[in-house]
Design a protein around this ligand. Structure first.
Ligand code: NAD
Ligand code: DAU
Length: 353
């Protein structure tokens, strides 16, 4: 059957990759993007889809119930893919309020609107509410702990992860209380095209290209489980089509890497691929800086359930994915240069000075 999707946060990093994936894979489906275009949202990410009959962009806030109701009814939406969020841990430390507003209140507003829409349309069994969440809700692992599974207890350590945990709990409660057909996914660190410059991998690529220091927090031995964003999109596609309402699915790359190792890999790729660099070798720019407060030491995902229940596993290796990503930032200076705005420089000063 053809779906009618509402994608919140579809102008952000993962959301826009997902919208491209969906429109390419299911050209007969209807896709509406709702995005507030915060500093992290960028309509250029969707430029190739503008004007298509099966695509519509609405600038609006997920806390605005009237806008959501209007879209759900007029577009006859059957599936929500909910990406919209404040997503950066360092910004949540500087100003947690927006995180509670968007991630908790916004998710609640969306759930309420979708519940009413689902009830009024007589609870069709193919309706879905996909809540895209994070592995950070599980807290931090020790070096020998097993990776997070779907039954790991929640232990969020930052205002960002606490607000995502709050939204996960609300989504869970809407399934258990109202039987709203909601599914939660908890994914590890994504990387790839269209990621905002503040995150580790784009920050290192862009700083290398402009000859700026590569700031590694603390001792650089924090571990993240990296997943190429295209693989995240195929996983979410599986979950929407075959996932079971009320279930949670962990999505990860099975790819644990220490930050300092990852940065060194990026430096080697930059040295190989960039035709001109202000500083070469790029690794001369690596600088250890003050650690992030409450910095989680290690994340790792056990994605066995995605493999055994939904037949999904990641297809892009870290070597391939980093190469694709470095090439993308090399060839899309016109995309990232305007994002290094005065607002971004002010944020950068606060974090790194
Ligand atoms: P992002 O910051 O790049 O994009 C977020 C998007 O949401 C932006 O387009 C922004 O304009 C929009 N938005 C923010 N507040 C809004 C509001 N109130 N109303 C409407 N739109 C709003 O984030 P991302 O990295 O693409 O992450 C997307 C989702 O995936 C988030 O929920 C995040 O928690 C989750 N996630 C991210 C990662 C990762 O590594 N980036 C990993 C796992 C899960
Ligand atoms: O695990 C999933 C999460 O991954 C998502 O839920 C978040 O939305 C996403 O931002 C990401 O969170 P992290 O905090 O892990 O990502 P970030 O890119 O900010 O940092 C990755 C690691 O690199 C982390 O250990 C902090 C470190 N770091 C980051 C920056 C920006 C540095 O050492 N230096 C930096 O300048």
């Amino acid at each position: 059957m053809n779906h009618r999707l509402l994608v919140t946060g579809g102008a952000g990093f993962i959301g826009s990759n997902f919208v491209h994936h969906w429109c390419r894979t299911y050209p007969n489906d209807q896709v509406v993007v709702l995005d507030a275009l915060t500093y992290a949202g960028n309509r250029c990410n969707l430029a190739a889809l503008e004007g298509r009959e099966n695509f519509r962009f609405v600038q609006g806030n997920i806390c605005d119930r009237a806008v959501i109701d209007q879209i759900l009814q007029t577009e006859n939406i059957d599936t929500i893919a909910h990406f919209a969020a404040e997503s950066h841990v360092d910004r949540s430390i500087l100003g947690p309020s927006a995180f509670v507003q968007t991630n908790v209140v916004g998710t609640f507003t969306l759930l309420e609107a979708f519940r009413q829409h689902w009830e009024v349309t007589l609870k069709p069994d193919y309706y879905r509410f996909l809540h895209v969440s994070t592995d950070e809700v599980y807290g931090s692992l020790g070096p020998n702990d097993p990776p997070f599974t779907e039954t790991t207890s929640y232990a969020p350590n930052s205002p960002y992860s606490a607000s995502k945990a709050g939204s996960d709990h609300l989504v869970r409660s809407y399934y258990h209380t109202y039987r709203l057909p909601a599914i939660i996914t908890n994914c590890s660190n994504n990387y790839g095209p269209y990621q905002f410059p503040e995150k580790l991998i784009p920050l290192m690529c862009i700083n290398a290209l402009i000859g700026k220091q590569l700031p590694v927090y603390g001792d650089g031995k924090n571990v993240r489980d990296w997943l190429y964003v295209g693989d995240h999109c195929t996983a979410l596609d599986r979950v929407i089509h075959f996932g079971i309402p009320g279930e949670t699915y962990n999505i990860g790359g099975n790819n644990e890497v220490e930050n300092i190792t990852l940065v060194q890999m990026l430096c080697l790729l930059m040295d190989e691929l960039a035709p001109s660099l202000l500083v070469r070798p790029t690794s001369d720019l690596i600088t250890f800086v003050k650690d992030r407060p409450g910095h989680d030491r290690r994340y790792a995902i056990n994605a066995t359930k995605m493999k055994t229940h939904l037949g999904w596993s990641p297809s892009v290796t870290i070597q391939e994915g980093l190469r694709l990503t470095v090439e993308w930032y090399l060839h899309h200076r016109d995309w990232w240069e305007p994002l290094l705005s005065d607002e971004y420089q002010a944020y950068y000063q606060k974090i790194y000075s």
